[in-house]
Design a protein around this ligand. Structure first.
Ligand SMILES: [Fe+2]
Length: 236
């Protein structure tokens, strides 16, 4: 029979455990160096010559090509057809390797970003998208600012929200403010589109160029209920 001392032990701090559940998947992929250099030249040409209708100038000083719902650089610039197919396959592999059934994906949006000196990118999520990705086209992690994923336990912009101050003497995976992936040129990151992310360090260089894209499974559905299909011709 359990005595009082045992009961105290069972509820003591020594008997307490926190276990990590459901970790977030981040896909990391490198485009082969020769192919990457080919794509880099083509993307720099697009940045230099694209029509004004593709150009966006943002408050945070970021410049973009094709960041409009009616545009998609992977469809609108035929010289990026091979890159389109590589990114599609990579996204499909990411979904399959993380253990989900999917036969085909569609890249619903794709745009090029150029970050001039002192530019940033406010924290945001990608709406109306399942997987998002970033291809680092011109990037030197010793000069260019990192892409940062934010721990939304610290964010109060989505009510209702209850928030406590993190204990600086006790760093854990749960109270970490943010997660920075050290990236290299030619790298492709893939992640669930709801993750909050941004570039908060003002650019110290001039040349940071990335391509961002959103991915949807062609058929979105589970079991026998609730499904829909996404069309390649989705710019509506
Ligand atoms: Fe983004």
């Amino acid at each position: 029979m359990m005595n009082i001392e045992d009961e105290v032990d069972n509820n003591s701090i020594q008997n307490f455990q926190i276990i990590p559940i459901m970790p977030e998947a981040m896909g990391v992929f490198h485009i082969a160096k020769e192919k990457h250099l080919e794509f880099k030249i083509k993307i720099e040409q697009i940045l230099n010559t694209a029509d004004d209708k593709y150009r966006g100038h943002h408050q945070s000083k970021r410049e973009s090509i094709g960041n409009d719902r009616f545009q998609n650089v992977l469809l609108d610039f035929p010289e990026l057809t091979e890159l389109h197919s590589i990114l599609k396959n990579t996204a499909l592999n990411f979904i399959k390797e993380s253990g989900y059934l999917c036969d085909e994906v569609i890249i619903t949006d794709a745009w090029i970003n150029k970050y001039p000196f002192e530019s940033t990118l406010p924290n945001h999520r990608h709406a109306n998208s399942y997987i998002s990705g970033n291809y680092f086209i011109d990037y030197d992690n010793s000069i260019n600012s990192p892409l940062v994923f934010v721990n939304d336990r610290h964010i109060t912009s989505h009510a209702p929200s209850i928030k406590l101050e993190a204990d600086p003497s006790k760093p854990t995976p749960y109270n970490k403010q943010e997660y920075t992936i050290v990236c290299d040129e030619s790298m492709v990151l893939l992640w669930k589109s709801h993750l909050l992310h941004g570039v908060k360090t003002p650019e110290k260089g001039e040349g940071r160029i990335t391509l961002s894209f959103n991915v949807m499974p062609k058929v979105v559905g589970t079991g026998k209920q609730f499904s829909f299909a996404v069309s390649e011709n989705n710019r509506v």
